[in-house]
Design a protein around this ligand. Structure first.
Ligand SMILES: [Zn+2]
Length: 414
């Protein structure tokens, strides 16, 4: 099998000095569109992902396809340090090999990378172009690179909340480089400042989770954390009696959110995790929507979030929109109260006087003359008007009956 050979004989290491350019025995250098690869045949190892790139590269070179692509590329780069279009396209086609591009950029030097306190570099993975290491975020801020990039992004893609993946979902990363040490607290302030700068430049900022760090500069977060899902899967082993929308009581009306990782993609159905995936089922769903998820979205004031790269998911997105539409006007209201009325029945109140009463139980629940159906909810407006929704497997959370304002007739609504 063809596999990608690390440059060092010592195998995986965090010490950048040990990633020498010396080749291990049996390795041959192969020129690709994106730079040189070190490849080695091995009968026992599975072909590594990166090794495919050499084959893809050979395919693109054959027959002059790549030359024609370079000639027709409209990209114009004006910096004196800019790569050629041939290099840029080569790197794009071959994958993560940015060696030929980045070697000309003074940004990418080890003195600006994060280090552990013991001097080692955190291993950002080893790519065909060499070892990846993590740029010190504080260094990038101090040098003005982030600010420069935000302005460029605004010019290229226009205004819109800039999304920072992961950053609000982790403890801020420390840097132990002796020339630019950063504690976790200090890095938290850096992250928060980046959100603020992005909001100024782009008109908004967003990130993955809802920790207090930086939240005042965020407009939406993908999800809060895993509490509901962990609780449902009994990970807390009896320590918790339930999960309640405490964060939501603080931030609802200020930040858009989905309350839990467990609630993401909720109209796709249940995930197939038989492949051992940590949280996502990598796009494999059974399309049987879980009524508890649909109801939890309402109880916790969440807005739906669905990840996809496939047109076939559009019906599920439409379904999520139909479930969300009756309560979407509550997104900008403060959540003022949440209480458990009785087992399996929860009431959530909002600043405009609206309330939702959600019933997870197997029987209808009566409240002040209002019947809340099993696996359904009632939306009570500021004027005490009511709309009743119940889950059915075909339509999800659909409105049961609605008073026709003109005739007073009760009509089934679809
Ligand atoms: Zn640093």
């Amino acid at each position: 099998m063809l596999y990608f050979q690390r440059a060092s004989k010592e195998g995986r290491t965090n010490d950048i000095e040990k990633y020498s350019t010396k080749q291990a025995s049996g390795v041959q250098k192969i020129e690709t569109l994106g730079g040189d690869y070190a490849l080695k045949w091995d009968d026992e190892t599975q072909m590594s992902v990166n090794a495919h790139n050499a084959l893809v590269s050979a395919f693109f070179k054959a027959g002059g396809v790549f030359d024609r692509l370079v000639e027709s590329c409209p990209l114009r780069l004006t910096s004196p340090n800019a790569s050629t279009n041939r290099e840029t396209l080569g790197a794009a086609i071959v994958g993560m090999d940015f060696w030929r591009i980045r070697r000309t950029l003074s940004r990418h030097v080890p003195c600006r990378a994060c280090r552990y306190a013991n001097g080692q570099f955190p291993d950002g993975g080893f790519w065909p172009g060499g070892l990846a290491y993590n740029l010190c975020t504080k260094k990038a801020l101090d040098l003005g690179w982030c600010q420069m990039d935000f302005a460029r992004l605004r010019d290229v893609i226009g205004l819109g909340p800039l999304f920072f993946d992961v950053m609000s979902a982790i403890e801020p990363r420390r840097c132990g480089h002796p020339a630019h040490k950063v504690t976790s607290d200090e890095m938290g302030a850096v992250y928060s400042r980046l959100f603020e700068l992005a909001a100024d430049a782009m008109g908004g900022a967003a990130s993955e989770c809802g920790f207090d760090l930086g939240i005042r500069h965020l407009d939406y977060v993908n999800h809060l954390w895993h509490e509901i899902g962990f609780w449902k899967s009994n990970r807390y082993k009896g320590f918790l009696s339930g999960v309640f929308p405490v964060w939501e009581l603080v931030y609802h009306g200020v930040v858009f959110y989905t309350s839990d990782r467990w609630l993401q993609n909720h109209t796709y159905g249940n995930e197939d995790r038989s492949n051992g995936a940590f949280d996502f089922g990598w796009g494999i769903y059974d399309r049987n929507e879980d009524p508890e998820k649909a109801l939890k979205m309402v109880e916790f004031g969440s807005r739906p979030i669905l990840y996809t790269h496939s047109f076939s998911d559009i019906p599920s997105i439409v379904r999520a929109w139909r479930e969300y539409r009756p309560v979407r006007h509550l997104q900008k209201e403060e959540m003022t109260e949440h209480r458990e009325i009785c087992r399996n029945v929860f009431e959530t109140a909002y600043g405009d006087g609206s309330r939702t009463v959600v019933n997870y139980g197997s029987a209808a629940f009566g409240l002040d003359g209002i019947s809340v159906p099993s696996l359904g909810y009632v939306l009570i407006g500021p004027d005490d008007s009511t709309r009743t929704f119940a889950f059915d497997s075909r339509d999800g959370l659909a409105e049961q009956t609605r008073q026709n304002e003109d005739t007073g007739n009760t009509a089934r609504r679809r």
